[in-house]
Design a protein. Structure first.
Length: 157
């Protein structure tokens, strides 16, 4: 059970959060983008104000109260896959968690790629949107990135 000082701190955090959330609709777009940039590494491709406000509201609450547990996120993702009317490709590598490091030896050199929290891939100090882009940089030829890093079986062996 929380002690009285812990309860006061939690109450103060909740009050500050509530104030922050209530100001989101009144912020001008440059201010909204500045707040976005404080919390996210990249901007959405096709943003609208409602999307920015709701995503920021969730993120602000997440920083104060914590995010969903991994089990809950996985359960929701599984539920969405099974019940969505939108059919997506079944990629086994799509579930790579942030922080996952992929290793590949090629031409006697070891390459390490890290999955970032924004679902991109970091290699040699740069971020890439796909593993294929990294594989092409490493090999100089077009490759399936998931095949190059051993996440799926190559068709032409």
């Amino acid at each position: 059970m929380a002690t009285l000082p812990e309860q006061k701190i939690a109450s103060k955090k909740a009050t500050l959060l509530s104030q922050q959330l209530s100001t989101l609709p009144t912020l001008k777009m440059p201010e909204l983008w500045a707040l976005w940039d404080q919390h996210f590494n990249s901007r959405p491709k096709h943003p609208n104000r409602h999307q920015l406000e709701s995503r920021l509201a969730y993120r602000l609450q997440e920083t104060v109260f914590g995010g969903l547990k991994t089990e809950t996120r996985n359960l929701l993702a599984d539920f969405g896959e099974r019940h969505s009317k939108i059919k997506t490709s079944k990629r086994t590598y799509a579930a790579l968690l942030p922080g996952t490091v992929l290793l590949r030896e090629f031409d006697g050199q070891e390459y390490r790629v890290t999955v970032t929290p924004d679902k991109q891939f970091e290699w040699a100090g740069n971020k890439y949107g796909s593993l294929s882009a990294i594989a092409k940089r490493i090999t100089g030829t077009q490759w399936s990135g998931p095949a190059f890093f051993g996440l799926i079986e190559r068709k032409n062996k």
